[in-house]
Design a protein around this ligand. Structure first.
Ligand code: TYD
Ligand code: MG
Length: 435
């Protein structure tokens, strides 16, 4: 029989099928089956893979950068990460014996932040992707205390379990970097396959409970799909953290989408710098540099978790020479942007059908709330009229199809933030008042 080129994997439960179905026969989810090339799942033999397998078959290597003093490790139910922004997102701190999925796009800074975490409170770093030497170098470069690190270089869940069995009560946290390169002999399928990822995660969660260690499981997500990735692990773990940001920008946001022990609406804000990730305190969160108004610029206040954050929205409205005028939006939802341009045309009388519209948000932040509608509209108006908006004014409000401006949640908090920074939120009832 010919080798199967593709299989279908349920994005919800991770079961694999040879045929496509509208409903997953395993978990009952509709439309969750995605076609995946068997090569992507690692069923084809690639060079890379042999290398990883060789590493597993090789000897267990534990690189100790220093010595972890057993007596200094006190196990309590909840303990602080000692990183304020991290604690904020988790609730109070790390819950003993919990399993935390730490997900994000490759290169966003997952390993960096978790290395910093271990550097601060001490623990085991399971290096599956990078060599122990690489991690060691990073520890030095970040200026962290090497005595806080034990690095276990392995891709084998079985070896890890064995190791934890022998070192009971030594560690309060362990970082597994990453789930995609871990595998177990108990299950079939090569590294990176859905069955291995599921088995590895299941075993890690068991270990967390059994040994009372909080385990941070690193998972890469890709832009275009979560197959064989963290999505299918979300149901299994206690807490799901997402680390996000524009790779070109230096701002990073830590969010939680599930938390058995705390809130899910808090975010942590960090900046990627030469010496790793630095926490951004509330006072610093203001992203506005200068006070005077510029053409095409409007200031707004969005809520990041429970904290207000002042941002600048820029618009560029120029005459279009394309049959279909361009609509390019960075940092705001595309459909919301389309809607606001339509409202601008109707309520402000701007003939946008013959203008290209570009919108961007400073700091690479993605705005997910409608409270910034009014600012987007005001920026478009300013660019079109080639006139700056009123100085020291902040635009907050959801705009309805008819151009009415609606008050949004946390309005007072946003106003307070604006006033604190020497500005004021404009109070208008209809976008026509911008004219
Ligand atoms: P990394 O933590 O390796 O990302 P992930 O584990 O999510 O794949 O970080 C990747 C990027 O971060 C890398 O391109 C370099 C940058 N970086 C810094 O800017 N400063 C630093 O101190 C470190 C360690 C990394
Ligand atoms: Mg990494």
């Amino acid at each position: 029989m010919k080798n199967k080129e593709t299989i279908f994997v349920c994005n919800n439960c991770g079961n694999e099928f040879s045929k496509w179905m509208g409903q997953c026969s395993s978990c009952g989810e509709w439309n969750s089956l995605k076609e995946v090339s068997a090569k992507f799942l690692g069923n084809g033999k690639t060079k890379n893979q042999t290398k990883i397998i060789n590493r597993i078959e090789g000897k267990l290597e534990v690189k100790n950068l220093g010595k972890i003093d057993e007596k200094t490790v006190k196990l309590t139910d909840v303990f602080s990460t000692t990183i304020g922004e991290f604690d904020r997102v988790l609730g109070k701190g790390i819950v003993q014996g919990s399993a935390v999925l730490f997900a994000g796009e490759p290169g966003i800074g997952k390993s960096t932040l978790l290395t910093q975490l271990v550097g601060k409170i001490g623990g085991l770093y399971v290096a599956g992707e990078e060599s122990a030497e690489q991690i060691g170098l990073r520890v030095k470069r970040l200026g962290l205390n090497p005595n806080n690190f034990d690095i276990l270089g392995t891709n084998s869940i079985d070896e890890l379990e064995d190791f934890l069995n022998r070192t009971q009560n030594v560690y309060k946290i362990a970082v597994v970097d990453s789930i995609q390169v871990m595998s177990s002999e108990n299950t079939s399928g090569v590294i990176g396959s859905v069955s291995q990822i599921k088995e590895s995660a299941f075993r890690l969660i068991q270990m967390a409970k059994k040994f009372g260690i909080a385990i941070f499981i690193v998972g890469h997500v890709t832009k275009d799909g979560d197959i064989a990735g963290p999505k299918l692990l979300e149901h299994m773990v206690d807490t799901v953290l997402y680390f996000e940001g524009e790779k070109n920008g230096d701002l990073r946001i830590l969010r939680t989408s599930k938390n058995r022990f705390g809130p899910t609406d808090e975010v942590g804000v960090f900046k990627m710098e030469e010496k790793g990730l630095r926490e951004i305190k509330s006072e610093e969160i203001n992203m506005i540099e200068n006070a005077e108004s510029k053409i095409g610029s409007a200031i707004t206040v969005v809520m990041e978790g429970t904290r207000p954050m002042m941002l600048e929205i820029q618009a560029l409205v120029i005459e279009s020479f394309a049959p279909m005028p361009k609509r390019i939006f960075a940092g705001i939802d595309y459909n919301r942007g389309q809607l606001i341009t339509a409202i601008a045309q109707k309520s402000l009388g701007i003939p946008l059908y013959k203008y290209d519209v570009f919108i961007s948000v400073t700091g690479g932040i993605k705005i997910e709330e409608t409270a910034a509608d009014l600012a987007v509209l005001a920026a478009i108006w300013s660019s079109f009229k080639e006139k700056p908006l009123q100085a020291k004014t902040v635009y907050v409000g959801e705009v309805s199809l008819l151009g009415e401006v609606k008050k949004v949640r946390n309005w007072e908090k946003r106003q307070k933030e604006a006033i604190g920074l020497g500005r004021k939120v404009v109070e208008i009832k209809n976008v026509r008042e911008l004219k």
